[in-house]
Design a protein around this ligand. Structure first.
Ligand code: KG4
Ligand code: ZN
Length: 346
């Protein structure tokens, strides 16, 4: 089956044509055409994503990307379905993708399927062929808008068992970066500074709190951590490069330790031996190092997405669509009104 997938939930405009074959648990994917335009440079002046600007850019980018992937894939011949992110995300941005998908669906007489962005992150590990997943499995989803632990009993039976009560972990990276005068998105920059400080092997006097690390649940809270960083910066006054590295290091240690501890406890409680990870923060080098350590310690089957599929992209939306089609084959024949759902749950 050929899926044309569209992603416009935030600041990445992305379209791909994916050839999907096989059944769950071992589907196979081949990318026939893929294009992504990041708007990061446009939003950097605002220190974050500005929804109406994102909408304007998506409208401008979508036709350009479509032409490019159709050229790569040799036309729309054989495309069976158009998949589009319906939420969660920024509603003005989501609508641009949805309207574009609907227009294409009408023009080409193809069904249009709404896809949950978080399902895209959760199933992007399937892009790499590997061993069968043993259930129950846990999925740790860490992005700019979400921090969730999902208990997966099968590919179609899953529920959130813990999530952030305020800021998402990626959002905390972005906010701390802003406090350190680093450009948006902050994750990769904080990570690079933290690594520099780690490599120098210097002792640090700064220790930030690990919010909710000992609570008897799988929830998270990142806004207090960001506030602690703010107070420390205020107290220190002018920061030189080395101090910024030290703060980034101390922040990253705190943010990641909570993720690891809560995940470890959830794995234990639910008897899960497979850990799936997804979302932009899963690109973080230190998080990956800690996850690999955890996998060794607990003999875990750790499933990370390939690096190019950690942050937002259209391939993951195609994968999410294929999983939904395999789980519920009838959805292709069902017509539905697709709306943007900014707060769509999993
Ligand atoms: O999944 P994603 O592309 O978009 C959302 O669905 O939100 O995630 C973007 C988030 C941003 O907050 C960004 O700072 C963070 O992922 N991120 C990272 C890294 N790369 C991206 N955070 C920490 N370390 C990284 N290397
Ligand atoms: Zn995302």
């Amino acid at each position: 089956m050929k899926i044309l997938a569209i992603e416009t939930s935030c600041d990445e405009t992305a379209i791909c044509i994916l050839e999907a074959t096989g059944e769950l648990p071992e589907p196979h994917f081949k990318v026939l055409g893929n294009s992504l335009l990041s708007q990061i440079h446009i939003h950097q002046d605002y220190g974050g994503v500005y929804p109406m600007l994102a909408k304007r850019e998506h409208i401008k980018n979508l036709p350009v990307l479509l032409e490019k992937i159709l050229e790569e894939a040799g036309g729309m011949e054989g495309v069976d379905v158009i998949a589009v992110t319906a939420g969660p995300g920024l509603e003005p941005a989501l609508w641009t993708g949805i309207e574009f998908a609907k227009d294409l669906g009408e023009k080409w007489k193809k069904p249009v399927l709404p896809v949950n962005h978080m399902h895209g992150h959760m199933f992007s590990f399937l892009f790499e062929p590997s061993e069968l997943v043993k259930f129950p499995a846990l999925a740790l989803l860490v992005s700019g808008g979400h921090t969730e632990i999902v208990l997966m009993k099968s590919f179609k039976d899953y529920e959130i068992i813990g999530k952030t009560r305020d800021d998402a972990v990626g959002e905390a990276f972005d906010k701390v970066a802003r406090l350190l005068d680093l450009p948006y998105p902050g994750g990769p920059k904080i990570s690079a500074l933290a690594d520099m400080h780690r490599q120098k092997g210097l002792a640090s006097e700064i220790i930030f709190p690990r919010p909710m690390i000992n609570t008897d649940d799988f929830d998270f809270s990142y806004s207090g951590l960001k506030t602690s960083v703010l107070y420390t910066i205020k107290k220190l006054g002018v920061l030189n490069e080395e101090k910024k590295e030290e703060i980034a290091h101390a922040f990253e240690d705190a943010a990641i330790e909570v993720l690891i501890e809560k995940t470890k406890r959830a794995l234990d409680k639910f008897g899960a031996s497979t850990l799936i990870v997804g979302g932009g923060v899963s690109a973080n080098r230190y998080l990956q190092e800690r996850l690999r350590g955890l996998a060794l310690e607990l003999a875990l089957d750790l499933r990370l997405p390939p690096p190019a599929l950690t942050t937002d992209n259209a391939i993951m939306i195609g994968i999410g669509a294929y999983v939904a089609i395999l789980n519920h084959p009838k959805i292709l024949g069902t017509t539905r009104e697709i709306t943007a759902q900014g707060n769509l749950g999993i």
